[in-house]
Design a protein around this ligand. Sequence first.
Ligand code: HAM
Length: 434
Amino acid sequence: MSYKRLPYMYDVLPFSPTSPDDSWQNTALCQYVEAKFREVCRRFGYREIRTPILEPTELFTRNIGKGTDIVSKEMFSFQMRGEHDISLKPEGTASVVRACIQNRLLIDYPMLKLYYIGQNFRAERGQKGRYRQHQQLGVEAFGVADPQVDAEVISLAVTFYGELGINDCELKINSVGTPASRVAYAEALRDFVRPYLSDMSEEGQTRFEGNPLRMLDTKSERDLQILENAPHLVDYLDAESRDHFEKLQDYLSALGIVYTLDHRLVRGFDYYTKTAFEIVGKHLGSQSALGGGGRYDGLVKDCGGADTPGIGFGLGMERCLITLQEMGVELPLPPGASQVFLIVLGDDAALVRRSLQIMAELRTNGIAVDRDFRSKKFTQQIKTADTFKARYALVLGENELAQNVIQLRDQTTKEQKEVALSGLVAELKGLFAG
Ligand code: HAM
């Protein structure tokens, strides 16, 4: 019996996968990107939150919206014997809101900025950049209605991509206003589309009935042509939302953040209010959104908390890694797990005991050391050191043991020198520092 991973899932490996197209599926790259995100979040005043992967299904159906693609088609939901309907979380925001309310965080910290790195599950038809399990790097900022926070949240995402070396992405913004302004706009949009409805794609026609704003989020050329002169959502905004949107644009300009207005940007969740934004990459084909987010001023109240404004985003880890790969960005990855390889010539008890002590001493002193316990032969052991790309090899035999020394071999230049065991840690630290 041989098992294969499920469709539209992927593995992340400690070595580059054999296919160059998949070389982004690498743990060291993931760790680097996660560390960068944590570090940028720290500078912006965000604290980490971790929520469970399983949540009550209703948390998502009620708050993301029944008519959305995620809820109507993509949730991994199931029923536990005698328990609630539960779902693998398709996104992070509703979970974070649930956790904040349940743990009284918004009462104790009425202004709260949180970040998370989490796995999400959507039963989508996969393609490059779209998987059934994906990881999001996200933030959620609660308690501030002022557009300064919208600008700060967007600035965090832009800073993160910039520091990774992804400088060619585009920031798109729009305002989706209040639920009332969206109802008025939805009617105007339906009135505009009605005469051409039979010419629209099947998907467009379904959305016309169930979720008219989503007609704007189409890739169908025919639908795009029909919608070219459609009314714009911004023209239906209430005065407060319009003022909020104008201030946001002013603050983005003050920060030197370049953006474009995208009247078709509506995002696929019902909880958004006012600001909506997406960061679009150039290297992802049709799955071009590197990340997206927006304001959700009614969500905390809808989930049973006090009336608390909020705004956040989710950035796709896989799309970020694919972009780095396509752009050929070389990340300054830290050294791997086998900086030094110890080669032990023989299996005499005293030799083995001393070799174990040497490895323990190096590890205590922060030096990554490994060895091939399978073999007593030099050739086999040095081959393993090469396989794991060790920077240095240490060779210990009976003679070295008797004289309290060890051979230190540079694996790149193949130069070798004898070092006193008492000075080995200092010698290696000097080499790695240099
Ligand atoms: P979203 O736009 O659905 O927003 O997802 C955010 C990002 O996650 C996308 O831009 C994309 O990069 C990535 N992503 C989504 N689905 C997949 C998939 N199937 N495969 C690979 N990557 C994917 C949200 O989820 C909101 N909760 C974001 C947010 C936070 N809004 C406010 N706060």
